[in-house]
Design a protein around this ligand. Structure first.
Ligand code: NAD
Ligand code: SER
Length: 321
């Protein structure tokens, strides 16, 4: 039986990771924490506690008092929001991770923390982007993601902290809204398609980015955490991907179910610049070879499932036959 702490649990990933953890590790205790209350009811076996990850004392105290053995550290400020408040983003993304690594060192916890496609920059080979390559991002979010990857490696090498992680692509889900990223359009477009039949993209046509459906993202985290340590050569910051999307490619797949759906463009230069600095396609060979990573959802199956489940949540008729 595990005792798991999830930070940033009220966000896009945490909202679905908490029930997934309880499902996979039945009988375990999961403490869901965030600076804001979760909007979804917590699954049986989970408990919510307010926790600011920039407060070292509170992080340490909670981990000690609850006898935590595993931490999923999700609290962060995402790319587009971070460009609007870089100082805050540095504090949450770096101080928060540092406090969690310190507590994991002191109390012998295993840590999962996600990096991102944002850990790469304009000088990185974009298609495909190798596992080990040049990382010179030009966003505050990306800077914190590279620094976080290095910090996790350091804590493993220096203190033997079992700190694991993946570089997530943009994540598509129907439960909780995304938290201010550059890839959020790939979620917004489904809401707009079902409610209005049209969407205005803030990214230019042809802007290709890696994406993944949430069930695969949750499975990636838990499968990596369950992988035998001696099989892992990288341990942290594994490239993972499932599909490559541009706004019009995603719109075409939605049109297979909503033929009258229309897409137009009103480009946001800040998010466009960020997207252009990111990979077009990650090479996830290392994850496949070292811990057996393989996505289950492709574009067609993701779009079908999203439309059915989101329509149910929004109380509208599903367009999927
Ligand atoms: P999100 O923005 O939806 O959720 C982050 C949560 O962190 C929010 O609920 C927020 O309230 C909380 N938070 C902010 N400041 C905090 C603080 N000081 N203390 C405690 N909690 C705080 O983000 P997400 O999509 O769930 O992302 C989780 C992790 O996955 C992040 O590290 C993010 O960089 C990474 N990631 C996400 C994506 C994606 O597409 N969603 C892609 C790549 C990587
Ligand atoms: N989806 C995230 C973002 O756009 C990638 O890390 O910020």
């Amino acid at each position: 039986m595990k005792r798991i702490l999830v930070t940033g649990a009220a966000g896009q990933i945490g909202t679905e990771l908490v029930p997934a953890l309880l499902d996979r590790y039945s009988g375990s205790r999961v403490i869901a924490t965030d600076i804001k209350e979760p909007t979804e009811a917590l699954a049986a076996g989970a408990r919510f506690e307010a926790l600011d990850c920039t407060d070292a004392g509170s992080c340490r105290r909670l981990i000690e008092e609850q006898g935590i053995d595993t931490v999923y550290h999700l609290a962060a400020v995402l790319s587009a929001t971070a460009e609007g408040m870089p100082q805050k983003a540095w504090s949450v993304n770096m101080d928060g991770l540092f406090h969690m690594l310190e507590a994991c060192r002191e109390f012998g916890c295993t840590l999962f923390t996600p990096s991102s496609i944002a850990a790469f920059g304009p000088g990185t080979p974009a298609d495909p982007t190798p596992q080990d390559t040049l990382q010179r991002p030009n966003t505050m979010y990306g800077v914190t993601k590279v620094a976080g990857e290095l910090l996790c490696d350091y804590y493993h090498a220096r203190y033997d902290v079992d700190a694991r992680g993946v570089r997530y692509p943009g994540l598509i889900s129907y439960m909780a809204p995304p938290g201010g990223g550059t890839t959020d359009y790939a979620v917004e477009i489904f809401h707009a398609a079902l409610m209005a039949g049209r969407y205005t993209s803030y990214l230019e046509p042809g802007t290709q980015l890696d994406m993944m459906y949430m069930p695969d993202a949750l499975r990636a985290a838990m499968e990596l955490m369950d992988a035998p340590a001696d099989a892992l050569k990288h341990r942290n910051a594994f490239n993972v991907t499932a599909m490559q999307l541009s706004p019009e490619r995603l719109a075409d797949a939605i049109r297979a179910h909503i033929p009258q759906f229309t897409l137009d463009f009103d480009v946001d230069p800040v998010r466009q610049r960020i997207a252009e600095s990111w990979p077009r396609r990650l090479d996830d060979t290392a994850a496949r070879e070292e811990w057996g990573w393989a996505p289950e959802y492709d574009l067609r199956t993701m779009v079908e499932d999203m439309l059915v489940r989101l329509a149910e949540r929004l109380g509208v008729t599903s367009p999927v036959a």
